[in-house]
Design a protein around this ligand. Structure first.
Ligand code: AMP
Length: 283
């Protein structure tokens, strides 16, 4: 496994694989089984697999957890080597954003709801760094987790609008035994908070059960999630949503026949903010 720290090193490595298909898995490191599942999927669909590890300052708000975001590069590299990754790109902030950096890639509409409404500059940071990674690594396919549902919608829109010549592949959310979605941020949770955090999955399951029984009213789906979360004293709701999977706008009345729904939420446990979602399809 080869490691590149600069753009030039990354381009040299990429040229070494010319004529071969390459899958890219962008990450912020502190890897877990969710990331490794993306790597495994990429391995099955490409000749070569590259992983980027970069805690992208542009996607953190001024009051967010950039400074304490967990990092363990040695462990990450061991996991990636064991998973059979060919090449890891680990730039630092200066490499990605030198002093005269002045470009933002911005998707304007699908960024307005959900996470984008609470984290106003977050997706500008995501699309800017992902566009750079696509230009540096030139993958045939890039792998993203359903865990970050709006990120998938935003990146797909950018790829369509700017004609990036690659496919976006979305992989299912990998969960702990009690249903909690794996996340690098789970490390912040105390033992009590960690046990309470299963409420997100419980809330999604409750709304899914209603959906399976034919419930299509947006309010009823949101209320079901809210009532499960409200029963957990350590959980503080940031938002719960039942939205159109394409536009991400809230379902005002009812999901139309034949349409799916994206159930999603962000919940605080003290300062730690967790997100999760289910994408439900019409039955
Ligand atoms: P991050 O390092 O949190 O930026 O995540 C890097 C990629 O891994 C993103 O595409 C995430 O959606 C994906 N990812 C994170 N957690 C999970 C999970 N539990 N299951 C599947 N994919 C995940």
């Amino acid at each position: 496994m080869q490691v590149a720290n600069t753009i030039e090193e990354a381009r040299v490595l990429r040229r070494g694989y010319s004529g071969e298909s390459l899958g890219l898995v962008p990450t912020m490191g502190y890897l877990h089984e969710g990331h490794i599942a993306l790597v495994r999927r990429a391995k099955t669909e490409n000749d070569r697999v590259a992983v980027s590890i970069f805690v992208n300052p542009k996607q953190f708000g001024p009051t967010e957890d950039l400074g304490r975001y967990p990092r363990d590069l040695q462990r990450d590299l061991q996991l990636l080597e064991a998973a059979g990754v060919d090449f890891v790109f680990v730039p630092d902030g200066e490499v990605m954003y030198p002093g005269d950096f002045q470009t933002i890639v911005q998707v304007t509409e699908v960024t307005k709801q959900l996470e984008g409404a609470r984290r106003p500059t977050h997706f500008d940071g995501v699309t800017t760094v992902v566009a750079k990674l696509f230009n540096i690594i030139e993958p045939a396919r890039a792998y993203f987790g359903q865990k970050d549902a709006q990120q998938v919608a935003v990146v797909r829109q950018m790829v369509r609008d700017l004609n990036f010549n690659l496919d976006i592949v979305v992989c299912p959310t990998v969960r702990e035994a009690d249903g909690l979605a794996m996340s690098s941020r789970n490390k912040y949770l105390s033992t009590e908070q960690r046990a309470a955090a299963a409420a997100l999955y419980g809330a999604l399951r409750r709304a899914e059960a209603l959906w399976s029984a034919g419930e299509r009213r947006g309010d009823a789906l949101r209320d079901a999630m809210e009532s499960v979360l409200a029963a957990e004293p350590l959980a503080r709701i940031d938002y719960v949503s039942a939205a159109d999977p394409e536009t991400l706008r809230e379902v005002e009345h009812e999901v139309r026949p034949g349409q799916g729904v994206l159930l999603s939420m962000a919940v605080f446990f003290d300062k730690t903010r967790l997100i999760d979602n289910f994408l439900l399809m019409p039955v």
